[in-house]
Design a binder for this molecule. Structure first.
Ligand SMILES: NC(=O)c1ccc[n+]([C@@H]2O[C@H](COP(=O)([O-])OP(=O)(O)OC[C@H]3O[C@@H](n4cnc5c(N)ncnc54)[C@H](O)[C@@H]3O)[C@@H](O)[C@H]2O)c1
Length: 328
């Protein structure tokens, strides 16, 4: 039986593919390569280049492989872009998602792992954030994920599709083979490392007057390899007849923007110039996961997610690939 991995040439997808293959799983990738990288995947992997919303293509993949499950990473992920062009986000993340899930159900696939996000919580009511907190995203990106979460609940009731929706906090770090190369890149650690390499002049810090010890916002970073392991366990849970659920993936510990920059200065031994800018509207001071549910349901604990390991692994990868996958 094969696992369909959508978005498998992207950052988290490619690391998860690497881990699935290492466990001897059969993997088929569907990716439009619009924001992913062919070089992030092994040359011999079955790769279908196309959209998750292409029903004929999804049906063909299901005919050509015996799929038992799907891990659905494929989405547009830029929060700011989703504000400027919400139609693009709803069409891609929701519209294509609906078509994909519909075709999978038609093909008899019943186990579905979904990449959701901490953005479904919007402004958190409590820290650390438990799964049952109010879900009220602030931006179209978060709504596009929240919509699919709701759809999955309804499809479970009506059609028996079982799912685990994994709400990631901030993915970070790299394996030896696969690293973070988003274009555009809005995530802190790759931008800090680009500044360390002199590829950008400085790192812009949005706000230093938040109610946190150093005034900069605190986020919960999770190593991408820990994320990948959680997907594999979520799939095992579903394959062994487990129930559908929503799980936070974070560490329960946060680091401020300045802590991340200082760590990168230590790891790289380079100067990283900082420019303080006004805070971005809607950026909460702290986003930290309560991950106890993932720990109890999946027996999962982050083991690589201390800040130094994440920054060091990202630096090792970036150092080998200063131009990202373009230079691979
Ligand atoms: N990176 C993070 O910190 C983070 C945090 C929370 C949630 N997530 C979610 O995790 C998933 C993966 O994130 P990532 O950082 O690896 O993103 P990414 O952009 O690196 O990977 C996404 C991949 O999906 C592909 N894709 C997008 N829409 C598609 C479509 N309609 N059909 C086929 N392929 C399509 C892209 O080309 C890309 O290869 C996303 O769903 C994202 O919303 C990521």
């Amino acid at each position: 039986m094969a696992i369909l991995v959508t978005g498998g040439s992207g950052y988290i997808g490619s690391v998860t593919v690497e881990c699935l293959l290492a466990k001897g799983e059969q993997v088929v990738v569907l990716d439009d390569l619009a924001r992913g990288h062919r070089a992030a995947l092994p040359a011999d992997i079955p790769l279908y280049q196309g959209k998750t919303g292409d029903r004929e293509l999804v049906a063909r993949i299901a005919r050509e492989h015996t799929l038992d499950s799907c891990i659905h990473f494929a989405a547009l992920i830029e929060v700011g872009e989703s504000v400027l062009d919400p139609a693009k986000y709803f069409e891609n993340n929701v519209g294509h998602g609906i078509a994909l899930i519909g075709e999978l159900i038609r093909a008899g696939v019943r186990d579905f792992v979904f990449s959701s996000t901490a953005a479904v919580y919007g402004d958190p009511e409590q820290i650390p954030i438990p799964e049952e907190s109010r879900k009220w995203p602030r931006r179209p990106y978060g709504w596009s994920k929240q919509f699919i979460e709701q759809l999955l609940a309804a499809y479970d009731t009506a059609y028996g599709m079982k799912f685990i929706a994994l709400r990631y906090f901030n993915a970070a770090g790299a394996t030896e083979k696969c690293g973070e190369d988003h274009r555009p890149e809005s995530h802190l650690i790759p931008n800090v490392l680009a500044a360390a390499l002199g590829l950008q002049k400085m790192i812009r810090v949005f706000g230093n007057n938040y109610p946190t010890p150093d005034g900069t916002p605190i986020r919960d970073y999770i190593h991408v390899a820990d994320l990948a392991e959680a997907h594999i366990r979520a799939l095992d849970h579903l394959r062994s007849g487990g129930h559908s659920d929503y799980l936070n993936l974070g560490t329960g510990k946060g680091y401020s923007v300045l802590e991340v920059i200082n760590c990168a200065r230590e790891v790289t031994g380079r100067d990283i110039p900082v420019q303080i800018e006004p805070p971005r509207p809607g950026d909460p001071a702290r986003l930290i996961a309560d991950h106890t549910k993932a720990a109890s349901l999946l027996g999962w604990e982050p083991v690589k997610s201390d800040l130094r390991s994440m920054v060091q692994s990202a630096w090792n990868w970036r150092h080998l690939h200063p131009n990202g996958y373009n230079g691979s």
